[in-house]
Design a protein. Structure first.
Length: 307
């Protein structure tokens, strides 16, 4: 009986803790395409007990952000700064036109969205001071304002953009996900080529949008390349960026196996078609590659390879 009452008190306390929004909140968000190493980094960050980085949530914060920004109107939310008591008094004033009266002004509206997001991800026990999540669905188009909302709600957010070169990313996505049930290469080559080029285009668009966030918030953003995950310097840079101690990355790296590294007929065909389409992929992703520090082929080299 006593244990049950204690448990209920702890649950109430944890809910209050999660709904409160201390100024020192510094959530950590991992963003990038699928098969970019986000799950690996999530696991590595969680080796530090100060961190609690949750997994994917099907990108539902896009709808939350659309609700927040879509509600904006010259009359709502207002900027008056009135407290709740004065707002109620104003609403009941017969001399006042109340059509656009609401309990929340601009600051209060943002605070409620901030509290809602925090209630979903902050550590309910209060032990981990740095909370966050990884999500591969954000930044894919101009209508997605989920990360913008995170920056508005939490000015001290830390966004880690994870990137992997497009060719191995496309191969991994198609082999591990898109054609996971088709291992006998039963597909028209033209259809496969369209899937490859569409995946490369999606990679390019997503990282272009994420790069714009990096440029807008350079102090709050860090880009990490999958190809650098084996370097201790990467984790020193990460620890400095997150203002914390180091992480146990070595024990996780030795267990990494790319599930899409297959040699069946489908994997072989995908790899062959990516190699054939490499000039088109390189041309389509050139600017984004350069922005993230990857080598790019000169135009003449691309044309020569294509020829």
């Amino acid at each position: 009986m006593l244990a049950a009452k204690t448990s209920k008190r702890l649950l109430r306390l944890s809910l209050r803790q999660r709904l409160s929004t201390p100024l020192q909140d510094r959530p950590v968000v991992l963003a990038g395409s699928g098969r970019c190493g986000s799950t690996l980094l999530q696991s590595i960050l969680n080796t530090n007990r100060d961190f609690l980085i949750w997994g994917e949530h099907n990108g539902f914060l896009r709808q939350i952000a659309a609700g927040y920004y879509g509600a904006a109107h010259p009359r709502f939310p207002d900027k008056s700064g009135l407290n709740a008591v004065d707002r109620i008094k104003k609403l009941r004033d017969a001399r006042h036109w109340p059509a656009w009266d609401n309990l929340c002004g601009e600051a209060e509206m943002l605070e409620r969205f901030r509290a809602f997001i925090r209630s979903l991800f902050a550590d309910p026990t209060g032990r981990a001071t740095r909370w966050g999540f990884k999500e591969i669905r954000y930044g894919k188009n101009v209508h997605d304002h989920a990360l913008r909302l995170m920056f508005d709600c939490f000015p001290e957010i830390r966004l880690i953009i994870l990137i992997r070169e497009p060719e191995p990313t496309v191969f991994s996505i198609l082999s591990h996900w898109a054609f996971a049930e088709n291992r006998n290469a039963i597909i028209q080559v033209d259809d496969l080529d369209r899937n490859i080029l569409a995946a490369a285009d999606s990679w390019n668009i997503q990282y272009m949008h994420l790069q714009s966030l990096l440029q807008a918030h350079p102090r709050n953003c860090l880009s990490l390349r999958y190809e650098d995950f084996g370097s201790s310097e990467t984790y020193r840079k990460l620890a400095t960026f997150l203002e914390t101690s180091s992480f146990d990355y070595e024990s996780h790296l030795v267990r990494v196996k790319d599930a899409s590294n297959k040699t069946d007929a489908m994997a072989v065909l995908i790899r062959q078609r990516i190699e054939f389409l490499q000039p088109q992929i390189a041309a389509a992703t050139r600017d984004v590659r350069a922005a993230y520090g990857y080598p790019v082929l000169a135009d003449s080299a691309v044309l020569q390879t294509a020829g």
